[in-house]
Ligand binder design. Structure first.
Ligand code: T5A
Ligand code: NA
Length: 211
């Protein structure tokens, strides 16, 4: 049986990494084969350029950085597909939803959601995208907020608005399940597990690439 592709999304500091780690551990305890990946993968050449940009050590044109984030995903796509086919479930911390939303949130007149979507088309489509929902204000209260490029209230509020649009009105809206991420770590973890167990039990959706 093929593995599932489970994505976590949310604002900066929503708790994605923490919840991904907990889910991976819990699925492994259930005896499943699981791999955890995170985008951007800062280790590849494209990821190193992204890392330097996010840390404010280099500048990039808005379109160029968008394409670098996309390239960073395409580099990983063959191994994602291979693992899924071989029965490994993949848990991804941020994916092309972030890719589209963060770029469009800059309000660059030549970089809207539609433009941003283009380079992502054809990437493996998730079985489910869990949106860990927190307000920009609550996220900003969490440890470490403010150290990277997009970690400011105005940007995060716009990002949340655009995620809201994706969840309500976009062709990908059915990919999403929203979970309130402002509760305790254990409470969020429990909700995540419920949602994932339900998704795992579903008849295998056709594994279509992003339209
Ligand atoms: N980006 C990314 C793009 O612009 N385009 C793209 O294509 C992609 C993929 C880096 C930036 O790049 C942008 C988006 C980002 O701005 P990143 O490396 O994933 O992306 O950076 P962050 O999302 O900022 O990663 P963080 O590690 O900061 O956030 P997480 O993973 O959401 O949060 P986590 O789990 O590390 O938790 C943060 C803190 O909050 C606490 C944790 O203990 C930790 O201290 N916490 C809670 N506290 C109380 N209650 C809870 N329920 C909590 N959950 C977590
Ligand atoms: Na993270």
């Amino acid at each position: 049986m093929r593995g599932k592709l489970i994505v976590f999304e949310g604002l900066d500091r929503a708790g994605k990494s923490t919840q991904c780690n907990r889910l991976v551990e819990s699925l492994q305890q259930d005896g499943q084969k699981v791999r955890h990946i995170k985008f951007p993968d800062r280790n590849t050449p494209s990821g190193q350029m992204i890392n330097s940009y996010l840390k404010g050590e280099s500048q990039q044109n808005d379109h160029v950085i968008h394409l670098l984030f996309s390239m960073n995903r395409w580099e990983a796509a063959p191994s994602i597909l291979k693992d899924i086919e071989e029965g490994t479930t993949i848990i991804i911390d941020r994916y092309y939803y972030s890719g589209c939303v963060y770029s469009a949130a800059k309000n660059n007149p030549t970089l809207n959601l539609k433009w941003a979507h283009g380079p992502e088309e054809g990437l493996p489509r998730p079985d489910i995208c869990i949106f860990l929902d927190i307000s920009a204000e609550d996220a900003a209260k969490r440890g470490g907020f403010g150290s990277e490029k997009y970690e400011n209230l105005q940007m995060q509020a716009r990002v949340r608005e655009l995620f809201g649009y994706l969840m309500q009105s976009s062709p990908e809206k059915d990919d999403f399940v929203r979970i309130d991420a402002a509760g305790s770590l254990n409470h969020v973890q429990q909700r995540v597990k419920e949602v994932v167990v339900k998704a795992m039990g579903r008849v295998d959706a056709e594994h279509l690439p992003l339209r």
